[in-house]
Design a protein around this ligand. Sequence first.
Ligand code: ATP
Ligand code: MG
Length: 672
Amino acid sequence: MSKLNPRQSEAVRYADGPLLVLAGAGSGKTSVITRKIAYLIEQLGIPGRHIAAVTFTNKAAREMKERVGRIVDRKLTRGLIVSTFHNLGLNMIREEYSHLGYHPGFSIFDAEDAKALLQDLMLNAGSAEAGDELNDVQMTISSWKNALRGPAEALSKAADEREQRIALIYKKYNEYLKAYNAVDFDDLILLPVQLFRTNPEVLAKWRRKIRYMLVDEYQDTNVCQYELVKLLVAERAAFTVVGDDDQSIYAWRGARPENLVQLNEDFPSLKIVKLEQNYRSTGRILRSANTVIANNPHVFEKALWSDHTIGEELRVIRCRNEDAETERVATEILDQKLKQGLEFRDFAVLYRGNHQARLLEMKLQAYQIPYRISGGQSFFSKNEIKDAMSYLRLLINPDDDAAFLRVVNVPRREIGPRTLEQLSHYARARNVSLFKSLGDMGAETHVAEKGLDRLRRFAHWVDSTCERLHSEDPIPVIKQLFTDIEYEEWLHQHSGTPKQAERRMENIWYLVESIQRMLDDGKGTADELGIEDAITKLILRDMMEQREEDDDSDKVQLLTLHASKGLEFPHVFIMGLEEEILPHRSSIEEGNIEEERRLMYVGITRARETLTLTYAATRKQYGEKIETIPSRFLDELPEEDLRWEGQGDLDVEANQKKGKATLSALLGDLGA
Ligand code: ATP
Ligand code: MG
């Protein structure tokens, strides 16, 4: 275990009042949080169950949990909360749903479900085409929720006709969520805040539970998250938050780096500790990061230094086009791995947008380089898992319309769209769920007898499966579900090859095993989960993992710059250093270069030993080849720390030849 420096140690030991640790990348902010949890438990004797630490991603939460597990006895960490903001909110709603007017087994609508509901509402309100407007409406409602603005306030404060229209949809949207016994992602934090504001008893209970609070990546909290923290810590103000205003990259999702300043005003006794030694990167990497970020205006001055060696120059590689660029990254990885005896997991490739990864993936596959990609391809985005999750959601909450609609015809039950349309008319007119309408619908409806019959048979089956799920051992019931619906046959009909169908069925069994594990894990302890809780947890994981995925095997990591926050890797590539990519075109148009620069700063500071920046001289856009302009951030880097390569001499074929030679050398090396 590394020795803390005096400042870090001061931050760990200070527990007399509110504390802000404000420091640049790689200075040990996250380390302070984990060590402080240990200190609070072991030295101050605060039971683990009275401490809560919050971070932004599941991956970060998992890592933090592991690190605490390594330094503190397991017995002492029982009940310790280390989670994301959303998970913490979910736990609160799970305990307090009755105060919020929800029933057990409420559903969480992910972005897709929410979008489907909004589209429905908009079409009903007379929008001809939802399309672009739909995204705008969804984003606006989300930003209102994150700013703690309810439908009534949104309407009264609407600045124009557009906002008025959206505010009306917002009102309906919330009503439907409630009718479906569902919450959306933003509600996970908003609802606890609303509850705490209106119910002092519940608030007092949670204040008794959480006696000390720690928050990582504080610069990315939004209004709603900050309010939650403030409500929980109250005047006692027993908390530590750590952050770096230069790494604030979620303004577009409502994050408010101003919260750092606000903290000082809200808590006059706030103590601020600054850390200035960077333990992560070589001298050149650190100097480059500092030089780039110096171009942004600063509220807080920070001077990061490192006593690591100066290290290698940053390489800037110009490639002829995007094909050559990805090819180069792939062959560089093979080359460096071979020459320096590295592992694939030592490398990370970062990029501005997910679409940049596609071409790279193909190259990596061609060279048989194992990789892991965050977001996009996660386990939960597989079709069969989405089906299975929808069945599970329906079992714990039959009123979950999004889940109902997804599976009502998977596998085919010959229930036509007209029948479903009539059903949803009926449901909407009465403000009840689709499932409930089925029970209520009498002969007076216009639904064709045959369709209604099939629907009722489906509903009856859902009902009886629900009942068995709660009265019997749940795992066999879930397994039986997939047999009942003949899901394997369905997969065979809908997969390219039998092998594919088998793999997809294995994914289903893997999901069932995960539920089993969740049930077994907490057995006999205070953390014991019921089947509903287990499924609710899975749903949340599903939503979070649409952005991230967990896997520890030896693979190159591909991630967006946003997803790389808080992580570190020995060797880092950043691709696409071109105007309109990094900085992104929309930010250029909006004049928001500072946030892009912070993103660049986050990217550079992920690297421990080497950093390679690449760009393509030409790139295809809408089928047309265009000349690119190298990113302005390249000009902002210190010239003496750079090594420029590939000024025009790099063509794909030459590079391919080199790549193949490296590949065969590598295979030879492995004795293959
Ligand atoms: P970021 O801003 O990127 O989130 P951070 O400030 O949270 O970075 P950490 O991830 O906590 O920084 O630490 C960066 C690296 O420095 C880690 O590998 C950590 O183990 C190491 N480190 C932190 N403190 C010390 C120390 N006192 N001695 C040696 N190594 C340290
Ligand atoms: Mg950190």
